[in-house]
Design a protein around this ligand. Structure first.
Ligand SMILES: Cc1ncc(COP(=O)(O)O)c(C=O)c1O
Length: 393
């Protein structure tokens, strides 16, 4: 390089370092906006073989993360997005056209609800919301133009369960696709594809990454559908960036160890709270009085059902505030799915805009606290909650 100028040398030094063509033990982060080619033949071959060109089109970190997600969800192929919402919007924008009809669970994540009503509404897609606790409500909403049936596995924050097998059968009888959000439950607890779901979406920002340091989303479905969704995602600008994909892959690689622990801790905490004198109700599918217990036992495997739970204390906001301040470990956080236990108060956050009467019908009262359980020792965590609940004495 000695024959070139200082500026040129500075630009090309380090281009070929020892190790560039070795097989690293773990996947490196490909922080590059593009991959270069040396001539027309290579350019043609790369495009023809869907190789790596520009970062928004394809990137090895998204490919690698997609492979792990496909393995965990038991699906053919996965695509990686900039967020859970990116995964949801890109998929819906690909699959739905003006005049199509969608049936959506009325108990759904607030921003998914807004996508259905605001974004799809603008595109001329009609939506019917139905209470999925009774599959007959879905059957009654089906029309000839119903293209998609959408649900989460467990609803936030009441943890009501959807009979995935029954809904998948219904969808397929009528030629509709069944799309399931597995964010709360994760494939470590349940794999919706095994129950007949056609498309599974995950917000990787939550339990799947688990380390609360990256935002991302995924969809898992057939290679044919991924082939349609990928070009739309590229146009919408929703594919995940390499660094977040790399970080999330680190998290996802340990999901099958972390999540059974978190779900076990959640079960123990649910049991301890259910026995507490100041707690009138605990929502968690592991409890014997869970209203859909038989369905839960049929659907969830040996790893557990969910690391989320909610419980009801007296409707005294001042005391609830004192309770939160008294906890040693959990902090309030407007997210879920981290290594540390966090909590939220649905009436003053996620369900703030819902009228009180409607909220109460949904089982959400000012005394409800939602908990995302981490990987703390179950006894330490239960003792912390029991101690903080003394503020209600
Ligand atoms: C069930 C569910 N789905 C989707 C999302 C959206 O995920 P993200 O925040 O990664 O866009 C969330 C976010 O909280 C969620 O709780």
């Amino acid at each position: 390089m000695s024959e070139f100028s200082y500026t040129t040398k500075a630009l090309y030094s380090g281009e070929k370092v020892c190790g560039m063509d070795l097989s690293p033990e773990t996947i490196p982060c490909f922080l590059t906006t593009a991959f270069t080619m040396r001539g027309f033949k290579e350019v043609q071959d790369t495009y023809a073989n869907k190789g790596y060109t520009y970062v928004r089109t394809r990137n090895p970190n998204r490919t690698a993360l997609g492979e792990v997600i496909s393995c965990l969800e038991g699906g053919e192929e996965s695509l990686i997005f900039s967020s859970g919402m990116g995964a949801i919007t890109s998929t819906l924008m690909t699959l739905l056209d003006r005049g199509d009809h969608v049936i959506c669970n009325s108990n759904i994540y607030g921003e998914t609800y807004s996508v259905m009503t605001q974004v799809l509404g603008k595109c001329g897609v009609e939506i019917t919301f139905a209470d999925y606790q009774n599959t007959e409500n879905i059957a009654a909403a089906i029309r000839p133009e119903t293209k998609l049936i959408y649900s989460e596995v467990l609803s936030n924050p009441t943890l009501t369960l959807v009979d995935l097998k029954a809904v998948a059968e219904l969808a397929h009888q009528h030629g509709a696709l069944f799309m399931v959000d597995n964010t709360f439950t994760t494939p470590i607890a349940i794999r919706p594809i095994e129950f007949g779901a056609d498309i599974v979406i995950n917000s990787l920002t939550k339990f799947m990454n688990g380390h609360s340091d990256a935002i991302g989303g995924s969809i898992t479905t057939t290679a044919a559908l991924c082939g349609k969704i990928q070009p739309m995602a590229m146009l919408l600008g929703t594919p995940g960036d390499p660094f977040s994909s790399w970080l999330i892959q680190r998290g996802v690689n340990t999901a099958s160890l972390r999540l059974p622990q978190a779900m076990h801790t959640a079960e123990k905490l649910a049991k301890a709270l259910a026995a507490h004198k100041h707690v009138s109700k605990v929502n968690h599918p592991s409890l014997p009085d869970y209203p859909q217990k038989m369905l839960a036992d049929r659907m969830f495997g040996k790893n557990g059902c969910c690391a989320m739970l909610s419980f009801i204390v007296p409707e005294d906001l001042e005391k609830i505030d004192q309770f939160m301040l008294s906890l040693r470990f959990p902090r309030y956080a407007p997210t879920l799915g981290g290594l540390h236990t966090t909590l939220s108060h649905p009436v003053t956050s996620s369900h703030m805009g819902v009228p009180d009467e409607t909220r109460r019908k949904m089982g959400i009262t000012p005394g409800m606290i939602r908990v995302s359980v981490g990987i703390e020792d179950p006894d330490d965590l239960a003792a912390d909650f029991e101690n903080a609940l003394k503020v209600f004495d």
